[in-house]
Design a protein around this ligand. Structure first.
Ligand SMILES: Cc1cc2nc3c(=O)[nH]c(=O)nc-3n(C[C@H](O)[C@H](O)[C@H](O)COP(=O)(O)OP(=O)(O)OC[C@H]3O[C@@H](n4cnc5c(N)ncnc54)[C@H](O)[C@@H]3O)c2cc1C
Length: 442
């Protein structure tokens, strides 16, 4: 079913973070778009709403600090009028130095804007073939439907790669026992106490780890074998982290540094942090608690966490397939398919990783699709900038074993014997200078 308006010149497939950003960049340049999204008629297994730009797991879109790679990427995106970034700031919730959003308000606004826009012709259906006519932006994400994945594999002639990822549970704030849990951010960084912390003593921690390891997992035997090899270290399920040593959680997502338990006046042995998930502050997500435990087991084991003994879980953790193309062999840093300048890839499917990075790639694909229509050369961002460096990285042909990548200072050039603080300072200065010069030229 489509709401037909003006004959579209670009087809965007997938109304996720990349697809909605690409669409916005196009319509702001007066280019009509056919936007195809399959939800809610067909779901992905991780998305739970019928809204565009749904944040499937964490409600944080990363650091907001100007001296962090993610913060600098946001700075560049803001400058380029990213709709994703503007909407994220509009629906920001407290989260220390991170930019976290009320996920429902955020997605509702993007959905309303695009569904009612006179230049957007919306089709609520699964796309199973890559359209042959006109310019196409494929932004169907890590959970692209199998039929379309098959069509993509045929078109790009490249082997599909896969890895696995996991989402964290969300609990009702009113069900957290605040006589035990306490509000604070690490080292009192913002002074506002943005996080709820559930402190554990040594015995509570050891019992928790013991039960976590013994708990039943969803049977994914083959998948899990792959996953163990291919997980992103930042997104490992808690039970997998716990397997690597009894203190691994305490040095990972349950680290207690910078926290003082007001009941004891001391740093706890370990602490589970929960971050606000909606503007009202009625929901909190368990930070770093991606998991693949069976649902009943999650309730049983996570209720052992002091403060969560009566927690009401509004969403439980899950584990999912993630798909992406082999960008180094098929993609240009303009986001165009090497063999067809009218076919663009964007979002996690294109080989970037993360919400902000996906929106960024959608922005570049949208701007470049518009430039082709306007008879201009597509933009290639300088490799010194955050955008340019990440797109350069994912399209670098020398990768031996390519996996999606998020923005970080590690992917920038190094100079031998350079101290890490000096290196960071150099990268930041060069990025800002290169971005300014690039923007002034276009
Ligand atoms: C389970 C999971 C948890 C994640 N958690 C985080 C996190 O906490 N933080 C983070 O930064 N990143 C996370 N990511 C990674 C990534 O940032 C997100 O997946 C992000 O949403 C990717 O944006 P995207 O636009 O590429 O895809 P999506 O936002 O998934 O959008 C793709 C859209 O395409 C639609 N679609 C798929 N196939 C078709 C088809 N054939 N026809 C029509 N429509 C179709 C989908 O329904 C979806 O709406 C997670 C990924 C997964 C899978």
């Amino acid at each position: 079913m489509a709401n037909k308006k003006i004959e579209p010149t670009v087809t965007v497939i997938g109304a996720g973070l990349a697809g909605t950003e690409a669409t916005t960049q196009l319509i702001r340049r007066s280019i009509p778009v056919r936007l195809i999204e399959m939800r809610p008629n067909k779901t992905t297994g991780a998305h739970t709403t019928d809204q565009f730009a749904e944040l499937v797991c964490s409600n944080s879109v990363g650091s907001n600090l100007p001296d962090r790679a993610s913060g600098l990427l946001k700075e560049e995106l803001r400058f380029l009028n990213s709709y994703f970034i503007d909407t994220a700031y509009k629906y920001r919730v407290p989260a220390g130095n991170a930019l976290a959003v009320d996920r429902n308000a955020f997605s509702r606004e993007i959905t309303r804007y695009l569904k009612t826009h006179s230049l957007v012709e919306f089709h609520n259906e699964e796309c199973v073939e890559i359209p042959k006519d006109g310019i196409v932006i494929l932004a169907t994400g890590p959970l692209t439907s199998p039929a379309l994945l098959e069509a993509i594999a045929k078109r790009i002639g490249s082997k599909q790669l896969e890895f696995y990822d996991a989402v964290a549970p969300i609990v009702k704030a009113s069900s957290i026992n605040m006589e035990i849990a306490f509000k604070s951010d690490r080292y009192g960084e913002t002074g506002k106490g943005d996080y709820i912390n559930c402190p554990m003593n040594k015995e509570e921690y050891e019992n928790f780890v013991h039960e976590l390891l013994a708990a039943e997992r969803i049977d994914l035997s083959d998948m899990e074998k792959n996953a163990k090899k291919q997980f992103f270290s930042a997104c490992q399920p808690v039970e997998i982290i716990a397997e690597s040593g009894e203190n691994s959680l305490r040095f990972g997502p349950l680290k207690p540094v910078g926290l003082t338990d007001p009941r004891t006046g001391r740093r706890p042995w370990a602490a589970v942090q929960l971050r606000q998930d909606d503007l009202l502050g009625s929901l909190y997500n368990m930070v770093g608690f991606q998991t693949n435990l069976k649902h009943g087991e999650q309730k049983r084991v996570f209720s052992m966490i002091p403060g969560l003994e009566n927690a009401e879980f509004v969403r439980l953790g899950q584990m999912h397939r993630n798909s992406y193309i082999n960008a180094p062999s098929v993609l240009k840093p303009t986001m165009q398919f090497k063999e067809d300048p009218n076919l663009f890839f964007a979002g996690q499917l294109s080989g970037v990783e993360g919400y902000t990075e996906s929106a960024m790639s959608g922005l570049v694909a949208g701007i470049n699709a518009a430039r082709i229509i306007q008879g201009k050369e597509p933009l290639v961002f300088p490799p010194q900038t955050m955008i340019g460096c990440l797109l350069n990285y994912i399209t670098y042909e020398g990768h031996k074993d390519f996996h999606p990548m998020n923005i970080n200072f590690g992917i920038f050039d190094s100079i031998e014997n350079e101290k890490s603080e000096v290196r960071k300072e150099r990268i930041i200065k060069a990025a800002r200078r290169a971005f300014r010069e690039f923007i002034s030229k276009i």
